[in-house]
Design a protein around this ligand. Structure first.
Ligand code: PHE
Length: 453
């Protein structure tokens, strides 16, 4: 009993089960769903990629989400401290990898989220209303050519992230999430419905759901698998950290399933809306990272009341990005608070500043540093995104699965899950997935990609 209190009290807990669900869902639902999922689906040819992605979510993502939350709640620590406490030795490295991924991902995440803040500002100014369909994509090009504007919006977004994390993930944020998430759903349903009523609607459904397996190659599979980690916030300790704030009465598998369903629904709705619009206006599905910013505002420019819908949409996009970025910063901050005994204030301000600086080359990667390629012909932003999503997260996820299935043991994990009044009915299935299916699938795709087959 006393250890129980000793462990929990100073670190804080979610105020309720729904607070935990909304915060975990807030972390999962973000730019990955609305910005990234549609554009990588477009680049990898649609249907087959989407189906592989859905399988990755169920067979790899879900079991690992349960594992991360269990590790976090069992250890009641940041990722580094958790692995050190539960096993130590080289396993502590999994925690390090996660904290490092937090730095890398948040650095460019703030740049892309900055584009969304800029688009919110443009919506408020009424830039889209009455603009011609051909002009709208150019607005995005202008932003990418403006280094200062991107730095400015990146700084604004990082400032917002720091500001929220400084105050702790308060009841206020949990409450705001409970309102904003349903509104986000409603707007996306509306936009998907609107898209389907356009001439390109049927083509969009066909593109997204009719698989052409020939179009899916190894890099598409790795991208899909990597994205299932990214979109569910897995492989770097974000769900581990959030799990460390969870009550014992909360059903971890229940939360994980709810979060995965919400996340997947948002991604598919965004995909339908965006491809329907893209096809209706003769745009390329493989347009790349600018896809969302070039498509949706066309609709906002054409429909009555579009300015208002645009404002609403970009408010929610920024909010979705914020609820994810705070979880990225929280991993880093939890590490400096738990392990280095820094104050939350110091950790948040110093690390927010450093991560902003790491993100500067990403902000300049489309103009000033446009000729600076790191991986293939990818610019800096796309390269660090690739590094984190396709390498760091799958590697982290693989090690977390092996750790939970074989080192910590599933028996102990089950005991942790069932500490409260919870029964883990699907335990045999989870045991099989986390020990065999998830690690083997990740290992195969990974080894294939780095050329070992
Ligand atoms: N899941 C978030 C998104 O889809 C990104 C994220 C990745 C957040 C990893 C936390 C950890 O936008």
């Amino acid at each position: 009993m006393s250890e129980h209190h000793h462990n929990k009290a100073p670190r804080g807990l979610w105020s309720s089960r729904i607070g935990f669900i909304m915060s975990a869902a807030g972390s999962a639902v973000g730019l990955g769903n609305i910005w990234k999922f549609p554009y990588i689906t477009g680049m990898h040819g649609g249907g087959a990629f989407v189906i592989f992605y859905l399988f990755s979510i169920v067979l790899v993502g879900l079991p690992i989400m349960v594992a991360e939350m269990v590790i976090g709640r069992h250890a009641r620590k940041d990722p580094v401290g958790a692995f050190r406490r539960l096993r130590g030795g080289i396993w502590t490295g999994v925690g390090w990898l996660g904290v490092a991924a937090g730095f890398v991902i948040l650095s460019y995440y703030c740049v892309v989220a900055g584009w969304a803040v800029d688009y919110l500002w443009l919506s408020i100014k009424g830039t889209f209303s009455g603009a011609h369909a051909q002009e709208v994509p150019e607005i995005f090009g202008n932003l990418l050519n403006n280094d200062l504007a991107q730095l400015f919006w990146q700084a604004v977004f990082m400032g917002l992230t720091v500001w929220i994390v400084l105050g702790g993930v308060s009841n206020g944020l949990e409450r705001a999430n409970k309102v904003m998430m349903p509104v986000l759903f409603l707007i996306l349903i509306f936009l998907a419905g609107y898209g389907l009523s356009l001439p390109g609607g049927a083509k969009a459904l066909n593109f997204l759901f009719a698989p052409e397996w020939g179009k899916l190659d190894a890099s598409g599979m790795l991208e899909s698998l990597g994205h299932s980690f990214f979109t569910l916030s897995l492989g770097m300790g974000a769900m581990l950290t959030y799990g460390s704030y969870a009550e014992e009465e909360t059903s971890i598998p229940g939360v994980a399933v709810t979060v995965a369903i919400m996340d997947t629904t948002v991604a598919l709705l965004a995909g339908v809306a965006i491809f329907a619009i893209a096809f209706s206006y003769g745009m390329e599905p493989a347009a790349g990272p600018g896809l969302v910013f070039k498509t949706l505002p066309i609709v906002f420019s054409q429909m009555p009341g579009g300015t208002l819908v645009a404002i609403l949409f970009f408010v929610l996009l920024v909010f979705a990005a914020l609820t994810s970025s705070i979880s990225l910063l929280e991993v880093v901050v939890a590490y400096y608070c738990d392990e280095k005994k820094w104050s939350r204030k110091k950790a948040t301000l110093v690390m927010g500043g450093i991560i902003f600086l790491i993100g500067v080359p990403s902000a300049l990667s489309n103009h000033l540093l446009a000729d600076f390629h790191i991986i293939g012909d990818r610019n800096f932003l796309d390269s660090v995104d690739l590094l984190a999503t396709n390498y760091m997260l799958p590697l982290g996820g693989l090690l977390i699965a092996i750790f939970t299935g074989w080192v910590l043991t599933t028996r102990l994990a089950r005991a942790e899950i069932e500490k409260g009044e919870v029964r883990f009915h699907l335990y045999p299935l989870w045991h099989f997935l986390i020990r065999y299916v998830s690690p083997i699938l990740v290992a195969i795709v990974f080894l294939y990609k780095i050329g070992l087959f």
